[in-house]
Design a protein around this ligand. Structure first.
Ligand SMILES: O=S(=O)(O)CCCN1CCN(CCO[C@@H]2O[C@H](CO)[C@@H](O)[C@H](O)[C@H]2O)CC1
Length: 487
């Protein structure tokens, strides 16, 4: 049961990896500069502008492509006395414009990341590199339907891309993440089409995209493990986004079972093959099969792994990368308008107002600090007590809000204290925490209308000056000392 003490206090381990994080499409800009290829997010924001709440794009974003020095400066200032980490992602089309390495690489793009990595290390900041944070080369979508491809071409293209990155940067990068939140790519990109590439197939495409992503992840892991790990001595894993869930009524068995299915269809979908059995969760196989019968569908909407592929999937992550923002109350699904993980799982998060949790500027994000502690305990128990890095955690405020972001100070104060309880009281093996995000940036379908940064960015100022918010000095005091002091 959670500790009754509101704040736990005490020290994080002095080796704890404190840091901040960003992603290529959300901060870089330079969308077509120096030979960079088009990504599916360039295409999506240019051709489906109405899908973005403020009609904006990442064409310029924070202009980080031209401002390595400014980014290093604010990361360094955040570090305090602890060893600093900076998690960022590589833009596949900036390095390999068409996505297929035989078409050639883009040296200026390769060098942008060489310079960033060198500057980070010169300032004693460790790079944590995400290989895929949603910006697929558009050419792969046009030629092969992107992640829907089941012929193995997309798996091979990703393998060649990751092999090139390990070879080029692996002498200095010792922490690799293959995919950021594959659930979002599959469900929002190829399921409900809310995100790039905007492919609508909630009952089938969503599962085929996830299938290729899992195989691509496993392939990248084995390339690193077999070819680079011995000489480079780094680690490689995957980052999954997980909301904690509670049954709407804790005494209602239907609600309890619905919340279990929710975890299986969001996290288990990827964590079961990678951390446990090599295959999808039983409840997914069962429910999608049954729901298919319900729709008189005779073929497998949930693709099958061969026995060999299951063996290749198993144990392919050195750590559990966790992105966590919020929690949901779950009720059994009351209608079946279409197939897809939301409805195949017979559950849904109850809407606004079903709990008195404080909101944020994001419709999906409520402040539920104790949820992260329960989630960490659940991961510990469900996936074999893995090493866990919290690779994202944060909250949004509205565009118009200023630098006094008390909402973010309180969010971090409460959430990070729950992480400390999980470490100290529940013996969960959390090794690091990188806050989302270093600075305000392009928040996908919400454009610049929701701000997640520790630093404020003026997106109408050509200089894109980064200004620390109140939360930046709070986070420096906490991460800098690693000591959780009584508020
Ligand atoms: O209600 S809808 O379904 O129509 C749109 C839901 C939008 N989702 C909510 C969950 N979020 C997961 C965390 O996403 C992460 O967190 C950050 C904040 O979102 C992002 O900026 C990061 O890039 C991402 O890694 C991804 C975006």
């Amino acid at each position: 049961e959670p500790s009754h003490e509101i704040f736990y206090y005490g020290d994080f381990p002095n080796t704890f990896a404190w840091g901040t994080t960003s992603s290529a499409y959300q901060i870089e800009g330079g969308w077509n500069e120096d030979g960079k290829g088009v990504s599916i997010w360039d295409e999506f924001t240019h051709k489906l502008q109405s899908q973005i709440s403020d009609g904006s794009s990442g064409n310029a974003a924070c202009d980080s492509y031209h401002r390595i020095d400014q980014d290093i400066k604010i990361i360094k200032e955040l570090r305090g006395i602890s060893v600093g980490y900076y998690r960022f992602s590589l833009s596949w089309p900036r390095i390999i414009p068409t996505g297929e390495i035989n078409d050639g690489i883009n040296q200026p793009g390769v060098d942008y990341y060489n310079n960033l990595i060198d500057e980070l290390l010169a300032n004693n900041i460790q790079p944590m590199v995400t290989l895929y944070h949603w910006d697929l080369p558009q050419a792969l979508q046009d030629k092969y339907e992107g992640w829907l491809d089941q012929s193995g071409i997309i798996v091979k293209a990703f393998a060649d891309y990751t092999d090139f990155c390990f070879k080029t940067y692996g002498d200095r990068v010792k922490f690799w993440i293959t995919f950021n939140e594959p659930f979002i790519t599959a469900q929002l990109g190829y399921g409900v089409a809310a995100f790039a590439p905007g492919h609508y197939s909630p009952g089938e495409g969503v599962y085929y995209a996830a299938h290729s992503i899992i195989k691509s992840h496993a392939q990248a892991y084995h390339i690193y493990n077999n070819t680079y790990r011995e000489s480079q001595k780094g680690q490689i894993g995957i980052t999954l986004n997980t909301n904690w869930v509670e049954p709407m009524t804790t005494t209602d068995l239907d609600h309890i079972e619905a919340s279990q299915r929710s975890l299986a269809f969001s996290t288990g979908w990827f964590a079961e093959p990678i951390f446990n059995s090599g295959d999808y969760p039983d409840v997914m196989i069962w429910n999608v099969g049954n729901r298919s019968e319900y729709y008189n569908i005779t073929y497998d909407r949930l693709p099958k792994f061969t026995e060999e592929e299951k063996e290749l999937n198993k144990g392919t992550s050195d750590f559990f990368g966790l992105n966590h923002y919020t929690s949901n109350l779950i009720v059994p699904c009351s209608y079946y308008p279409e197939e897809g993980p939301t409805y195949d799982s017979d559950q849904e998060a109850c809407g606004d107002g079903c709990a008195e949790w404080p909101p944020s500027a994001s419709s999906w994000l409520y402040q539920v600090p104790w949820g992260i502690r329960k989630l960490l305990i659940w991961i510990k128990r469900t996936y074999g007590d893995p090493v866990i890095y919290i690779t994202e955690n944060g909250i949004s405020e509205h565009f118009s809000d200023g630098l006094d972001d008390d909402i973010r100070v309180n969010y971090y104060k409460n959430y990070i204290d729950e992480v400390l309880k999980a470490i100290k009281e529940d013996d969960v093996n959390v090794k690091g925490y990188t806050a989302w995000s270093l600075m305000d940036n392009f928040e996908w379908a919400e454009g610049y209308s929701e701000r997640f940064g520790l630093h404020w960015v003026n997106f109408t100022d050509p200089e894109r000056t980064r200004i620390p918010k109140k939360s930046a000095s709070y986070y420096r005091s906490l991460a800098g000392s690693g000591t959780y002091v009584r508020p």
